[in-house]
Design a protein around this ligand. Sequence first.
Ligand SMILES: Cc1cc2nc3c(=O)[nH]c(=O)nc-3n(C[C@H](O)[C@H](O)[C@H](O)COP(=O)(O)O)c2cc1C
Length: 140
Amino acid sequence: MLLTRLVYTSTISSAFTSDDLEKILEISRKNNPKKGITGMLFFNQKYFLQCLEGSRQEVNATYHKLAKDARHTNIIILDYKEVDFREFSAWSMGYLPESSLTAPIILKYSGLNAFNPYEMSGESAHKMMLELHGNANQST
Ligand SMILES: Cc1cc2nc3c(=O)[nH]c(=O)nc-3n(C[C@H](O)[C@H](O)[C@H](O)COP(=O)(O)O)c2cc1C
């Protein structure tokens, strides 16, 4: 099995409503364990930044499914690679809230002082998620 990591970003669409984040986490935590998918989702009321880890086949299948979801738009893959190990192995889909992204972290990983994942390299986006995860207080 080829272990793969995919990081993408997207923007909420006009179809997104206030209880959708909870619904997305709920369905992800139901589906992902069955597919051997782990990962993290960051959301800041405007952008999603998500990391999916698992077999190449299941990561691709999950990505293609969620890419059709009308609740987000302008979906761009930032990073896709085969990896030796998982970084979010304990998380069927961890959630990183907006509050985890502080001004020093934004400055550290981007050329701007405002968060814009479309302007980030795949490596920066991935490393930023790792740092946010390290700082997160095991929020579910
Ligand atoms: C930003 C975002 C992230 C999502 N992440 C996942 C995910 O990790 N796993 C998943 O199964 N569905 C995810 N979804 C939901 C899918 O688009 C879709 O609604 C769901 O997989 C349908 O599940 P079902 O086929 O069991 O009804 C996500 C949706 C959005 C908008």
